[in-house]
Design a protein around this ligand. Structure first.
Ligand SMILES: CC(C)(COP(=O)(O)OP(=O)(O)OC[C@H]1O[C@@H](n2cnc3c(N)ncnc32)[C@H](O)[C@@H]1OP(=O)(O)O)[C@@H](O)C(=O)NCCC(=O)NCCS
Length: 176
């Protein structure tokens, strides 16, 4: 398996992968597909943090980190999502590895805070905990524990002061 940031040639594969992983019963295009493409064209896009897992030349897993702000405009943070693995390749560790690769790359870049909306049973393995414990609010804080945060290890070993306040997502997220 190769873990690497996406390149332009990966766009169709990522689109297909996300569409299959989030396939809807009505056959419609899932909003996560549009989310990736809208983020790619926005200020929130961080190309090094759009991570793919490739096996034998096929993109099988995907994890995206993009810019959000705590206390709007003041403290940069990252949102994780979507995270997707091809249906025929799930439960083999590709999801775990591609998410961890994205988080490691973010820590290397000096990023400190990641938020995610998702199943705590899945995300706690990466160290995510309910965001409410830090007093972070956001569009999904009303959902309780699925609204989570991870404090990334710092390169210099310092302990971050975790900000509290509202997490503002850029406009592409309003479609999910
Ligand atoms: C969720 C998803 C990305 C996980 O990727 P994956 O490659 O299947 O997961 P992994 O093999 O890395 O799983 C590692 C562990 O997570 C568990 N797990 C996998 N999917 C899970 C889920 N949806 N909820 C809870 N646990 C899950 C596995 O059982 C495994 O547990 P174990 O280590 O105790 O055996 C993938 O199943 C997927 O694309 N699902 C559809 C899209 C989706 O729901 N994305 C996440 C939105 S929050």
């Amino acid at each position: 398996m190769r873990l690497r940031p996406e390149g332009p040639a990966d766009h169709p594969d990522i689109r297909r992968l996300v569409a299959q992983a989030f396939a809807r019963s009505d056959g419609g295009s899932p909003p996560e597909v549009r989310l990736v493409e809208a983020l790619r064209g926005s200020d929130a896009w961080l190309p090094e943090l759009s991570m793919v897992a490739e096996v034998d030349g096929e993109v099988v897993g995907y994890a995206l980190l993009s810019r959000v702000w705590v206390q709007p405009g003041r403290i940069p943070a990252l949102a994780l999502g979507p995270v997707a693995v091809l249906p025929g390749r799930q439960r083999r560790g590709y999801g775990r590895d591609v998410v961890q690769a994205a988080l490691d790359a973010a820590a290397e870049l000096g990023e400190r805070l990641v938020v995610v909306l998702g199943n705590p049973a899945y995300y706690r393995r990466f160290g995510f905990i309910p965001a409410a414990r830090f007093g972070l609010t956001g569009p999904w804080s009303g959902l309780g524990d699925p609204w989570q945060v991870l404090v990334l290890p710092s390169v210099d070993g310092s302990r971050p002061v975790v900000p509290s306040g509202e997490v503002a997502y850029p406009p592409p997220w309003s479609q999910v």
